[in-house]
Design a binder for this molecule. Structure first.
Ligand code: ZN
Length: 142
């Protein structure tokens, strides 16, 4: 295995074992609960937006390591970002998974680039997208 892949693998496992931003927000400005029937993954995401900024974000869920670690990485990445930055990251992330953008164009996504390898496994793309689909719904509601 390529040493970079190994590093990415570790990062994904670490987020799966110790998910960040776990829980339910008391008064989210947007929330969404999504289910991926292909794999059995569940994500319930809450986002609290104030002055166009993601002040707080938290999720609960269960499912495969890709779905849960991508949610954890996403939440950690987005906390404190503006709504525009979050939408930009969503766009970049979707492009990365669909293969319309190269991972080296996606430096702005930080650690989330670790999930670029998922695009080689089309059955897992939905797993890696679930949290972000929930995010889109949260932002559209808030
Ligand atoms: Zn999954």
């Amino acid at each position: 295995m390529d040493p970079l892949d190994e590093l990415y693998q570790e990062l994904i496992l670490d987020h799966h074992k110790n998910p960040r931003c776990q829980g339910c927000l008391q008064h989210p400005s947007g929330s969404a609960k999504l289910y991926n029937p292909l794999c059995g993954d569940q994500i319930a995401l809450g986002v609290s937006v104030k002055n166009d900024k993601i002040e707080d974000i938290a999720f609960t869920g269960q499912g495969c390591s890709i779905s849960q670690s991508s949610a954890s990485m996403m939440a950690e990445f987005l906390k404190g970002k503006t709504v525009d930055e979050a939408r930009g990251a969503l766009d970049l992330y979707v492009g990365m998974l669909k293969g319309t953008r190269n991972p080296d164009e996606c430096d702005a996504l930080g650690d989330l680039v670790a999930l670029a390898g998922v695009r080689k496994h089309s059955a897992r793309i939905r797993c890696a997208m679930l949290a972000w689909e929930a995010l889109e719904q949260c932002l559209n509601k808030s």
